[in-house]
Ligand binder design. Sequence first.
Ligand code: TXA
Ligand code: MG
Length: 343
Amino acid sequence: MPVEVLSTETPALLRAAVSRAAERLRAGEVVGVPTETVYGLAANALDPAAVARIYAIKGRPAHNPIIVHVASPDMARACASAWPPLADRLAAAFWPGPLTLVLPRTPGIPDIVTAGGPTVGIRWPQHPFMQGVIRACGFPLAAPSANLANRLSPTNARHVVDQLGDQVPLVVDGGDCNVGIESTVVDLTAGVPRILRPGMIDEPALRAASGGTAGGRGAPEPERPDDTAPRRSPGLLDRHYAPRARLAVLTWRDDAGLLTQMQRLGARPESTFVLAHHRMPQVVPPSQVILIPDDPEAFARALYAQLHLCDAAGAAWILVEALPDTPAWAGISDRLRRASRPA
Ligand code: TXA
Ligand code: MG
C-alpha cells in the first residue's frame, strides 16, 4: 500500500493530520512524524508490540533505548520514578524543546523502550503537530529518528518517505525541521548530571538554567572521552548520523592545501562535495561547493538536508570545513565526528 503523506500547512490540515495520526497510533501502528529537531518514527510508548515495530522497521539494535515524547509536565513525571529539582529547572527552561532528560523509569514504561535498562529518556517536543498528537492520543510516544539504523536522520518528510515509505502507513509533513540536529540528552540519574549527547541546547545554557555558577556542582557537563566509567548511553557508541559518502572534516589555508589533503584521502574532484562556511574552494566543480552560513543555528538547520543532497548526487566524499571549537558548535561537531568514522 502506498504511504499516505499528510500536510499540516493550514490549521485545518494540521487538525486533520493530528486526528488521522492519533487514530493510527491508537491502533498500534507506527507513524513518521515531524519534530523541531529531526523527523521521528513514533508509536505508543506504553504498547510493547507497537514499539517492537519501530525496532524492526529501523533495523535498530535491541540494546539502544528509545526516547519517550510527552506533552505536559504531568505526563513527563508519570514516566519517571524520581524527579530531582534539577529536572524541574531544566524542564522549565527548555521544554517544550530540543532537550531529553534521562531519569529513573517507572514500571509502566515497557522494557523494550528502555532496552531493559533502569532509566528512560523523556522529551517534550515543541513542534505543534507533536504537541497536538500526543494530547489527542493521551499516551506518550516512543520515537527515535525516522531513519534506518546508522543512516542520516531525516529533516523533512521527503527524507522519511525515501528511506521508510514502504514500511510505514503514514508520514506527516510538518515542513523542514527548525533545529535540524537531534536533541541534547542529559543524564540526571547519576550523582553528577552528564551531557550524553550534545545538541543545540549547549553546555553554557544548561549551566545557566541549572542555577550553577561555572564549575559549580549540579550543572551538566559533557561526558569526557577519558571517562573510565562505562558510557550510560549504549546507542551513542554506534556510528550514527552518517551519509553514504565518506566524510572528513578538514582545515585548509588555500586551494593547494585542500588539494593535497584530497589526494591523501583519495578524494577525486569529480565526486567530491565541499561544505564550506568560510572559504570557497575552487578545486571541485562549483555545483559541488555548498556554502552554509557561519552561524550554528543556521548551520544545524541546513546540515542534514545538504548531506542528503550530496548522497542523492552520488558523492563519494563530503569534505566539511572545520568548525569553531566553541560550545555553540559542539552538537554539530559531534555529529560530524560520528559521520566521519569509517563504517
Ligand atoms: O531529537 C531527538 O532526540 C529525536 C526526535 C525524534 O525526538 N530523537 C532521536 O532519537 O534522536 P534516537 O533514538 O535517534 O536517539 C536517541 C539517543 C540514542 O542514542 C539513545 O541511546 C539515547 O538517546 N537514549 C535514549 N534513551 C536513553 C536512556 N534511557 N539512557 C541513555 N540514553 C538514552
Ligand atoms: Mg537516531
